[in-house]
Design a protein around this ligand. Structure first.
Ligand code: ASP
Length: 345
């Protein structure tokens, strides 16, 4: 395809990347993406048709919520047939949550949606934002045999392209801020941009874009720690509208076996709360039943989260719980890889 026939929509939600120094006042202010071609002339080199939509005002990603995800999904839905790919500029703090959420919300996606951002503003001399943005545009526009090379929601950051729902922010300091600990990278950018096509999600036969715009956030995350008290558990589980609890367990999915602990777990399951077991470890998977300390969870009706990240667990639950499914159906889907988010052994 000729470059001028490649069209990319850049959606700027906010975050550090979109800052530029005001030459007069010396302050950092939001970058005007409407003037992207004049401000980053390198981008002209692609010859692509680029358009941008900016959130007004831009959002620090610590303030991202469900309504922002719906807004991003709607922008993609409205522009789906007009563009070959989408680049979402987003703060790094919650980027892994947003990329995970969008992967489940855009159910039948068959075009690239590449999230990126920066640790230093695009207007700073040592910025990592320029390379992140430029390479994300290249990936969003990459096609082979007329089809997009990476038709899924990804995060591109510091030379690595990872599946959005497999990614976690691991550094507040280094440019190399994200990690996909349980799934191989989809592309690595060095002198050459090398795609690992065998790792890329294949959307299957063509279907019109289905977008889930309802999310249910009546969920809680409880991270285990030695010294956890019954009172703390009661406070979390006493949340009246609680529909699902993500239990961040130790190692391969292990938790205390004490009566006080198990009684509370059983009571919640009996009340209809879906409990999903994910591990606190960044690498590896829950293996329920491997140890005595996880078999009792399995027996109580707790669901294995396998190697799901907490970000993917949170957003997958929010999307599934909003779909008027029976609890049994939600549990089956939790143990199904919907968008390549879990490794089922
Ligand atoms: N606090 C910023 C945000 O997440 C940090 C960043 O952009 O990297 O929006």
């Amino acid at each position: 395809m000729e470059p001028e026939n490649t069209s990319i929509l850049i959606i700027y939600t906010g975050g550090t990347i979109g800052m530029i120094e005001d030459p007069v006042k010396g302050l950092l202010k939001p970058f005007n993406f409407k003037k992207i071609l004049t401000q980053i002339p390198e981008i002209k080199g692609f010859g692509y048709h680029l358009e941008s939509i900016s959130f007004e005002p831009p959002i620090d990603s610590s303030n991202i919520d469900i309504s922002t995800w719906i807004r991003i999904a709607e922008i993609i839905e409205e522009n789906y047939h007009l563009f070959d790919g989408f680049v979402v500029l987003h703060g790094t703090d919650t980027m892994a949550y947003s990329a995970s959420a969008l992967s489940f919300m855009l159910e039948t996606l068959d075009k690239p949606v590449i999230f990126t951002g920066a640790q230093l503003p695009i207007g700073a001399l040592r910025t990592d934002g320029k390379e992140n943005l430029i390479t994300s545009i290249v990936i969003a526009g990459a096609r082979e045999y007329g089809l997009p090379v990476v038709p899924e929601v990804c995060i591109y950051f510091e030379s690595k392209l990872s599946r959005g729902n497999r990614t976690t922010k691991v550094s507040a300091e280094h440019f190399n801020a994200f990690q996909s600990a349980n799934y191989p990278y989809l592309a690595i950018a060095g002198v050459h941009l090398v795609y690992h096509r065998e790792n890329v999600w294949q959307p299957g036969k063509f279907r019109e874009l289905v977008v889930h715009k309802k999310l249910n956030n009546h969920i809680a995350i409880m991270k285990l720690f030695p010294g956890l008290t019954p009172e703390y558990m009661d406070a979390v589980m006493g949340y009246r509208d609680l529909k699902a609890l993500i239990l961040e367990t130790y190692g391969a999915g292990n938790a205390p076996t004490g009566k006080w602990f198990m009684e509370r777990i059983k009571k919640a399951v009996d009340r209809g709360v879906i409990i999903l077991d994910v591990t606190q470890c960044i690498r590896g998977s829950v293996e329920m039943g491997r140890y005595e300390t996880s078999r009792h969870l399995l027996n109580a009706g707790v669901i294995s989260g396998y190697d799901l990240t907490t970000e993917a667990a949170t957003t997958k639950l929010m999307v599934l719980l909003a779909q008027n499914l029976k609890d049994e159906e939600v549990k089956i889907l939790l143990n199904t890889s919907l968008k390549g988010e879990i490794t089922l052994s």
